[in-house]
Write a protein that binds this ligand. Structure first.
Ligand code: NAP
Length: 303
């Protein structure tokens, strides 16, 4: 496992995403958390809406049974997605954090993310919510998810506390964040900048990007690893897996972690073996040409 500086923490490059934790029986959920810790993961990603609060509750039960594990964890949660609308009002942010703390059975969230931009967001109000939560000791540091660079700029104008994370969808089959940069001034589809150069903005401003749904193609359309729809990509991943004596899952992880922006990978697997394979990808340093082979095998061309 690799670790990187994030706020005041030393954060693992692989994060255990807890969105699917409620799909497991309790003992299996607990053993997945144990596998994560044993594999060097110290960062856990939640949201108030995952399983309608059930995922945080399972995690909270684990912490009530094994309270000594809390000090080994960086716990992150998110707020702002409600049923059928978004709400980043001061009241909602504070209320959501209080709910998460209760369900997680902790007295402080290490990181809070705003889950998605709310068209009606008022940055002054968000800044007040952040200050209140920070002063009360309920949240250590703040970030966002799915924000573009100007939305980040707007928020940063008002909040005196640093924004340390932007969580975005990224993986070999979801590369919009990097495609357009290599296609500047071209007239092809990959030249479209759909996120206001968020990745470069984050790098310039010391904001860590976290890659969600790294094994999915499209917007939750399915998994590309082992999927017959993507024979070229799977064959390229298999060749590299054979070369490094690992699995395709490890190679996907190595591909994401190879990016110099030090992108963290938010893994969503509920399978302990798969989680170990993903973690072992953190020990592989792909060469430039191997990295580009995967990028091209995923269907991209270089100008
Ligand atoms: N900020 C946001 O807007 C946002 C949105 C979505 C998710 N997230 C975060 O990101 C985390 C990861 O998202 P995700 O769960 O969609 O990501 P993921 O890791 O890409 O996908 C996990 C799912 O794919 C399956 N899978 C993965 N690799 C596979 C393989 N090689 N073969 C077959 N099945 C495979 C897993 O099945 P098994 O369980 O059987 O392995 C699981 O159902 C979430 O837990 C959450 O914390 C954030």
């Amino acid at each position: 496992m690799k670790y990187q500086h994030l706020a005041d923490y030393s954060a693992s490059s692989v994060i255990m995403g807890c969105m699917r934790l409620n799909q497991l029986d309790e003992d299996k959920a607990f053993s997945l958390i144990d596998t994560a810790l044993d594999s060097g993961i110290n960062y856990f990603d939640h949201a108030d809406i995952y399983g309608d609060g059930e995922c945080e509750k399972v995690f909270g039960k684990y912490l009530s049974l094994f309270p000594e594990k809390r000090s080994k964890m960086i716990i992150q949660s998110k707020c702002g997605i409600c049923s059928g609308y978004y709400d980043l009002s001061k009241e909602h942010i504070i209320e959501s954090v209080e709910g998460s703390l209760k369900r997680l059975n902790i007295d402080r969230l290490d990181i809070l993310l705003l889950h998605r931009p709310d068209a009606l967001l008022e940055p002054e109000e968000i800044a007040q919510a952040f200050s209140t939560l920070h002063e009360q000791g309920k949240v250590g540091a703040f970030g966002v998810s799915n924000f573009n660079s100007m939305q980040l700029e707007l928020l940063r104008k008002w909040t005196s506390l640093p924004i340390v994370v932007n969580q975005l969808q990224f993986g070999p089959m979801f590369t919009g964040m990097i495609d357009f940069a290599m296609n500047t001034n071209m007239k092809n589809e990959n030249a479209c900048d759909r996120d206001g150069m968020t990745l470069d903005y984050c790098r310039l401003n010391g904001i860590t990007v976290q890659a969600w749904s790294p094994f999915q193609y499209g917007f939750f359309e399915g998994v590309f690893v082992g999927n017959p729809k993507f024979p070229v990509l799977n064959s390229c991943l298999q060749d590299l897996a054979d070369l490094y004596a690992v699995t395709k899952n490890s190679i996907v992880a190595a591909w994401i972690l190879r990016h110099p922006a030090k992108i963290q990978l938010v893994s969503g697997t509920t399978n302990p073996e798969r989680l170990k394979e993903i973690c072992s990808g953190a020990n592989i340093e792909l060469t430039r040409s191997q990295w580009y082979d995967i990028y091209k095998a995923a269907g991209n061309t270089l100008p």
